[in-house]
Design a protein around this ligand. Structure first.
Ligand SMILES: Cc1cc2nc3c(=O)[nH]c(=O)nc-3n(C[C@H](O)[C@H](O)[C@H](O)COP(=O)(O)O)c2cc1C
Length: 202
């Protein structure tokens, strides 16, 4: 399958067959996530795989603001960002670049300043930056899922604290998104998209 074919075929799937997604398939999705690019190559994503039926049923209630369809998923991947390691790994990358004279000297100060700003930024800013990295990993999983014949749906509405308690997620793990995964039991038509002319700035 060509990348463009996966991009065009992908849909948000909210109806799944009652058939488990194998560990091998989940590993393939996670492998696609693992290879995603990230700022300073910090790779802040951490994944909690939920495939226990009772947990998935629980997720379909108030933890996802009542998204009942979630109960039909075979697995839900909770994508977190390790905010502590995100900064540490970014700083280590900057040190590496400096120590190995990889960056031209005129760029070094700018990069160090960028990381310093991130360190002093409010947590929300850090969450936003880490979340952006996680979104790429999630997107790679969604496209790989198409290739594997699986369906996915991004879940952006959730109660982070409820998830933290249920799955014992440490405080520094920011939940950035959930991904429902399963064998599709619907083939929705493509959803509307803006025309190119609407999204390209003059
Ligand atoms: C950041 C983000 C958050 C989303 N949150 C939800 C959600 O909570 N529940 C849901 O059913 N779909 C959610 N979606 C899926 C979108 O509704 C869907 O991608 C959009 O309507 C386009 O449809 P398509 O994915 O089939 O092309 C989300 C998608 C993104 C990218």
């Amino acid at each position: 399958m060509q990348v463009i074919e996966a991009i065009e075929a992908r849909r948000s799937i909210r109806k799944f067959k009652d058939k488990p997604v194998s560990q091998e398939q989940l590993t393939k999705l996670l492998e696609a996530a693992r290879l995603a690019p990230s700022a300073m190559n910090a790779q802040p994503w951490r994944f909690k795989i939920v495939n226990d039926k009772a947990d998935i049923e629980w997720l379909s209630g108030s933890p996802t603001r009542g998204q009942k369809w979630v109960a039909g998923a075979s697995a839900v991947i909770i994508c977190c960002a390790d905010l502590t390691r995100f900064l540490e790994d970014a700083k280590a990358a900057v040190r590496f670049l400096r120590d190995n004279a990889v960056l031209p000297p005129e760029m070094q100060a700018g990069v160090e300043n960028f990381v310093q700003n991130a360190e002093n930024a409010p947590e929300e800013v850090l969450r936003g930056a880490a979340g952006m990295n996680c979104a790429i990993a999630l997107t790679q999983m969604m496209l790989r899922a198409v290739e594997l014949g699986l369906g996915t749906c991004w879940i952006g509405m959730y109660d982070e604290e409820a998830l933290r308690q249920r799955f014992a997620l440490p405080e520094n793990m920011a939940v950035t998104t959930l991904l429902a995964v399963g064998h599709p039991d619907e083939s929705p038509a493509s959803r509307p998209r803006k025309e190119l002319r609407e999204i390209i700035l003059a």
